[in-house]
Design a protein around this ligand. Structure first.
Ligand SMILES: C[S@@+](CC[C@H](N)C(=O)[O-])C[C@H]1O[C@@H](n2cnc3c(N)ncnc32)[C@H](O)[C@@H]1O
Length: 331
C-alpha cells in the first residue's frame, strides 16, 4: 500500500478523474492532505480541512456550524434571568476548538448584552509550518514543537501517529522524516506573543522559516478583527481565567473519556475559582449530532462558593457531581 498527498487547493476540491493514471494518483493521495493548506483559506475549505487535522493528545477537535442551535437559546434564557442587559458581562468559552460555535453564541449574546466581553479559548489555536530555507523541507508541528507531518511532494508523511509498515514506502519516509526532524527541529521555542491571533508575522530562526497555520475558523477571526468585544486566547482548562468571569462554558471537553477523575477535579476547580459569585457554568457533552442532543448542566455559583444546578438538559453533565464536590471543598 502507498499513500501520496494532496498539496494544492484545486487538488483538494477535485472530482475523481476519468483517466486511469490520474485516477490512481487521486485514490492514493486522498488520505494524506498537506496541513500547509491551512495557510489561508475560506470558510468552506477550512471546514473541509478540519477532519484531516489529528492532534497528538487524542482529544477530538470535532465541532460544527450550528452545533448548539438548540442549546444557546436555553442558556441565553438562563443568562437573561440572572444578569441585567446593562451589565458588562464577561463570558468565556473554554476548549472552543475552531471558535465557530463561540462566534455563533457571541453573535446571539450581543443582542441581549450589548456591553458583553466574550473570549473564546482553546489549548491549541495554531499549528506551525517549519520550512528549512536550504533544503526546502517542510514540517508541520504542534505549538510545543511536536511534529505532525513531513511534506515532501508527492508525499505528505504522517508523523503522529507514525506511518505503519502496511505502507512500507511511507514507513521508510517516516523514518527519514524522524532523522531530518532531529536536524531541522532544533529551532528553539517561538515566543508566546507570537501565538497571539493579532500577530501575523513570519519568524526566521537559525535558517528555518516559521509560519502559523490557524486552527481558528475564518469567521471567528474576522469577528475578532471587527469587534473588540470578541477576542480569542490560548488557554488550558487546567488554568484559572486571567480575570473573574460571569459565565464559563466548557462543552465537550470535561469528559471521562478524555481525562482522569483527578484531572476533571482540577479543571472543575479552575472553573469554580474563575467565576464571580452569582456566575454561571455551562458544562456538558453532545451525545448526538443531527439533530443535536446534549447532556448539559447549568450551574450557578452561590455567595457561599457552593454550586447549584439551575438547569439541566438530557441527563445533565457526567461531571456534575465532581463540580458540586469541588465547590464544596473550596467553599
Ligand atoms: C471536542 S472539541 C470541543 C469544541 C467545542 N467546545 C464544541 O463543543 O463544539 C475539544 C477541544 O478541546 C481542546 N483541548 C484539549 N485539551 C485542552 C486543554 N487542556 N485546555 C484547553 N483546550 C483543550 C482541543 O484542542 C479541542 O479543540
Amino acid at each position: 500500500m502507498l499513500r501520496l498527498g494532496v498539496f494544492r487547493p484545486e487538488q483538494f476540491f477535485a472530482a475523481p478523474p476519468d483517466r486511469w493514471l490520474p485516477y490512481l494518483y487521486y485514490r492514493l493521495s486522498r488520505s494524506r492532505v498537506s496541513l500547509r493548506l491551512l495557510r489561508s483559506v475560506g470558510d468552506e475549505m477550512f471546514e473541509r480541512l478540519m477532519p484531516h487535522v489529528r492532534l497528538s493528545n487524542g482529544v477530538a477537535r470535532t465541532t460544527f456550524r450550528n452545533r448548539f442551535r438548540n442549546l444557546d437559546p436555553l442558556v441565553n434564557d438562563v443568562l437573561s434571568r440572572n444578569f441585567s442587559s446593562r451589565e458588562e458581562l464577561v463570558v468565556e468559552d473554554w476548549a472552543a476548538s475552531t471558535c465557530l460555535t463561540s462566534y455563533e453564541w457571541a453573535e446571539s449574546l450581543f443582542a441581549l448584552f450589548p456591553r458583553l466581553r466574550f473570549t473564546a479559548s482553546d489549548g491549541m489555536l495554531y499549528l506551525i509550518e517549519v520550512e528549512d530555507a536550504v533544503s526546502g523541507e517542510v514540517f508541520v508541528t504542534e505549538q510545543d514543537g511536536r511534529p505532525l507531518q513531513y511534506i515532501r511532494p508527492p508525499f505528505a508523511i504522517c508523523m503522529a501517529p507514525p506511518e505503519s509498515w502496511t505502507a512500507p514506502l511511507n514507513r521508510v519516509g517516516y523514518q527519514w522524516a524522524k532523522r531530518r526532524w532531529r536536524k531541522v527541529g532544533e529551532i528553539g521555542r517561538a515566543p508566546d506573543a507570537w501565538f497571539d491571533w493579532r500577530c501575523e508575522e513570519m519568524l526566521e530562526r537559525n535558517g528555518r522559516l516559521l509560519r502559523k497555520l490557524p486552527l481558528i475558523h475564518p469567521r471567528a477571526l474576522e469577528l475578532a478583527r471587527r469587534d473588540e468585544r470578541f477576542s480569542i486566547r490560548r488557554h488550558s482548562v487546567f488554568e484559572r481565567a486571567p480575570a473573574p468571569c460571569h459565565v464559563i462554558r466548557s462543552m465537550n471537553i470535561l469528559n471521562r473519556s478524555y481525562f482522569s477523575e483527578h484531572q476533571l477535579f482540577d479543571a472543575a476547580r479552575s472553573v469554580a475559582e474563575s467565576l464571580h459569585a452569582g456566575g454561571i457554568w455551562i458544562v456538558g457533552r453532545t451525545t448526538c449530532e443531527d439533530p443535536p442532543v446534549h447532556d448539559v448542566s447549568v450551574l450557578r455559583k452561590l455567595d457561599s462558593g457552593l454550586l447549584q444546578v439551575v438547569e439541566r438538559t438530557g441527563a445533565g453533565s457526567e461531571i456534575e457531581s465532581i463540580a458540586l464536590d469541588v465547590a464544596a471543598v473550596l467553599a
